[in-house]
Design a protein around this ligand. Sequence first.
Ligand SMILES: *Cc1c(COP(=O)(O)O)cnc(C)c1O
Length: 400
Amino acid sequence: MDYRNLAKKYGTPLYVYDFNHISTQYTQLKSAFSGRKSLVCYAVKANSNLSVLKHLANLGAGFDCVSIGEVKRALMAGAKPYQIIFSGVGKSDDEIKIALQSEILMINLESEAELDRVEAIAKELNKTARISIRINPDVDAKTHPYISTGLNENKFGVDIVTAKKMYLKAKNSAHIEPVGVHFHIGSQLTDTQPIIDAAKIVSKILSELKSLEIDIKFFDIGGGVGITYQDEEAVNLYNYAQGILAALNGQDVTIVCEPGRFIVGNSGVLITSVLYEKFNKNKRFVVVDAAMNDLIRPSLYDAHHGVEFVGENEQNSTCDIVGPICESGDFLAKNIWLPTCKSGDLLVVKSAGAYGFSMSSNYNTRVRAAEVGVEDGKDRLIRRRETFEDLVAFETEFLK
Ligand SMILES: *Cc1c(COP(=O)(O)O)cnc(C)c1O
């Protein structure tokens, strides 16, 4: 990819996504379950740009959404309603109502209280709500605590006993149709064994439900498949899929998975320009025009992103790459080797396609970056850079 040309054409900081790579990732995962009924529901929160969603909808992907805003994005991008799942621990009445009216595939419930709310709202609308229940299998995903979700100490899902109680209640309700089971134990899992362990636990519940004449059609294994940021070994998708199939033990269900990071993580980069270098005593800093508001993962999770210098330069030394924000936590990389940089040099922050732009903010009244999609060698703007006027638009009318 011609980073220099892209930076010149669209400015920096700039997110660039490789749509061909997105296709490859989607197809790989879809094929891992070939021969079985499966639905790959892309987790919208990882990267919710409408053009990215449209690209995935065209490939046949479904969508996993965690707010009604994400449901609306998916619909706007051309998703089929019956391929949309609505998850999340806290859904408002309005969100539930719109989800039911949109005739999405299923609402994923995370508490008994939520089941009651959904039932009441479905009754009011004279509709039947298709639901799945998120089971917390209490397995350790062995990932960063902030992105681990499958332990009882995490806020997500319900325990097995509660889930069974909820399924019975759902079965006996005129306005609820239980169609799925769901679990999602964490993110960036480079070892998929915990997912397979969880699948075994949840698969047992499937057969128990069957004996209660509760016919579950969708077995939703969540997302969480990890990617290579640094030296993580790539997940073996064949083993992952085979492990899930073995856990299912021949039960006839559609396998649903909800990959976010796996699809877009290594499909995107963040291009940033060097502003200057500075030394505090012996410590070398490279100050760039991207910051923690553009990519918060290093600050939030201590995440590692590879950084590439665009061009030729031999004189390497270690440095921290930092942004202009007034926080010591504002860094994109620490203690990495980089050539001597001068103003205007370009750096490419790798693996920035997932939880990059979608977690960005306007902190320090910084406009958010532009986004560009590249497909078959052609680049196009898919989100224009914000302007100062955009940032103050919701406040100016209230100025006295
Ligand atoms: C965040 C999330 C995902 C996606 O996780 P990745 O690690 O990006 O694959 C899938 N399902 C649910 C319910 C989530 O909350």
